[in-house]
Design a protein around this ligand. Structure first.
Ligand SMILES: Cc1ncc(COP(=O)(O)O)c(C=O)c1O
Length: 441
């Protein structure tokens, strides 16, 4: 008898589990042999099963899994709208660009307006400012948190300041209370880049729900992954509308894929100088992009969301283990500190080699690398010193001393759920061995 479609889907799903068990399950860690990575994707058969299920739909573009993932994500962070996009960088571009939309009225960001950010960070937190012909104003960071020096915010203000765009560094929230006070005092927009910070809370509330709009990344190093992917989230109806439009070619129509005439006036509106009743599906109210994902990516996200609470716990635990283990070397290292009132879902464990230590960061990280232990620098270091940023229009506040210090002395270890306690133990032994080799222990 011929099998039905759902029988076949079930059989395929069972086979995928069998494949997962053979191909991926039960890998053993061997100290000194298995690389200690700083990050990596964590998945089981569920991700593969949903990915294959979605591929059988052959819908390809955003569809049922994208909708599901957006709903699950919004419910998790406690945000009204979540809009899926193809990367955290795209999410940042969409979030800031939405603030230039005519939908923002008088408050819309205009070319030449200034946006406060920090110089120690990831390039695509800053790039949307430049891409929108706005002017970045760079502030320094605190050591230990690597977040904005809030005391310097007032120094950064000018007549043109309209917004703040900042990442919660390595998941450690910045002082949201003081940043929001400043935002309200000067009537600014705040864009929270939470690309590294999914699951972090401040005063018991998820980061990303304090400012006007926020972003997240699902690149494999992050808390959950779709391979490539990002999310913009907000409670603001108009920002959500602008983000969706910029993401979907700039169109005015907000019908979901496969739907028509959601607005009820598909052929009866008047837009720009178009003839009356021009098909609303082809009306463009923004200079947009196409930054959507495929439903196959979203399907992976649906499976990953279910694991998120346990991933967050694992990151917090790994942070604790690094912290306890590295305390003995505090003479040489500045260890990280969680911001007051926060509970970071640590993206990583940042360490700075102290001034005057008898070794450099690079000597240590090279030694670790030779023993199979991965580390990373704090992203772009001082971004104003990067080749692409030398000539851009910008303002720099003060000397960025800590940013330069972090550029030269800071690195991080992984806290991702694939980091097992034995890996941290092994890494600590290697650090001790390094210190003994150079005669400091
Ligand atoms: C703080 C921050 N913002 C934005 C991004 C960009 O995300 P994506 O790699 O998904 O484009 C990253 C990347 O890891 C990041 O760390």
């Amino acid at each position: 008898m011929k099998k039905t479609e759902s029988q076949l889907r079930m059989e395929i799903s069972d086979l995928v589990k069998e494949y997962y068990d053979i191909r991926y399950a039960g890998r053993k860690y061997i100290p000194g042999e298995t690389p200690v990575r700083y990050a990596g994707r964590i998945f089981d058969e569920k991700e593969l099963q949903l990915l294959v299920d979605s591929s059988l739909d052959f819908w390809l573009t955003s569809g049922r899994y994208s909708e599901q993932f957006e709903l699950d994500f919004a419910a998790f962070v406690g945000s009204e709208y979540a809009m899926l996009t193809n990367s955290g960088s795209s999410a940042n571009l969409l979030a800031l660009t939405a603030l230039t939309s005519p939908l923002m009225g008088e408050r819309r960001l205009k070319p030449g307006d200034e946006v406060i950010t920090v110089a120690a960070g990831f390039p695509t937190t800053v790039n949307p400012i430049i891409q929108n012909n706005l002017v970045p104003v760079f502030l320094d960071v605190e050591l230990g948190t690597y977040n904005i020096k809030v005391d310097d915010l007032e120094k950064a203000m000018s007549q043109n300041t309209r917004a703040i765009m900042l990442a919660h560094t390595l998941a450690n929230p910045y002082d949201l209370e003081r940043v929001m006070e400043f935002v309200h005092k000067h009537d600014l927009f705040l864009v929270e880049d939470c690309c590294d910070a999914l699951g972090s809370t401040y005063n018991g509330k998820h980061v990303g729900t304090f400012g006007h709009v926020a972003t997240c990344s699902f690149y494999p190093a992050h808390h959950i992954t779709l391979g490539e992917g990002g999310m913009v989230f907000t409670n603001d109806d108009l920002i959500a509308r602008a983000v969706t439009s910029f993401r979907d070619w700039g169109r005015d129509c907000y019908c979901k894929g496969g739907e028509n005439n959601t607005c009820g006036k598909r052929y009866s509106g008047q837009y720009g100088q178009l003839p009356h009743g021009y098909d609303h599906k082809y009306v463009y109210s923004h200079i947009g992009y196409n930054l959507k994902v495929t439903d196959m990516q979203a399907a992976i996200g649906v499976a990953q969301m279910k694991k998120l609470p346990r991933f967050i716990e694992a990151r917090k635990n790994n942070f604790k283990l690094w912290n306890e283990g590295l305390k003995q070397f505090e003479d040489h290292f500045i260890l990280p500190e969680a911001t007051y009132n926060s509970e970071p879902a640590w993206f990583a464990f940042p360490v700075s080699v102290r001034e005057g230590a008898p070794f450099t960061r690079t000597e240590l990280t090279n030694y670790l690398a030779a023993k199979g232990i991965e580390t990373r620098n704090l992203f772009a270091g001082n971004i104003t010193k990067q080749p692409a940023y030398l000539e851009i229009e910008k303002r720099v506040i003060g000397e960025l001393k800590n940013t330069d210090f972090a550029m030269n002395n800071t690195f991080f270890f992984g806290t991702y759920p694939g980091m097992k306690p034995e890996m941290i133990e092994y890494s600590l032994e290697v650090i001790l061995e390094f210190l003994m080799t150079i005669g400091t222990m």
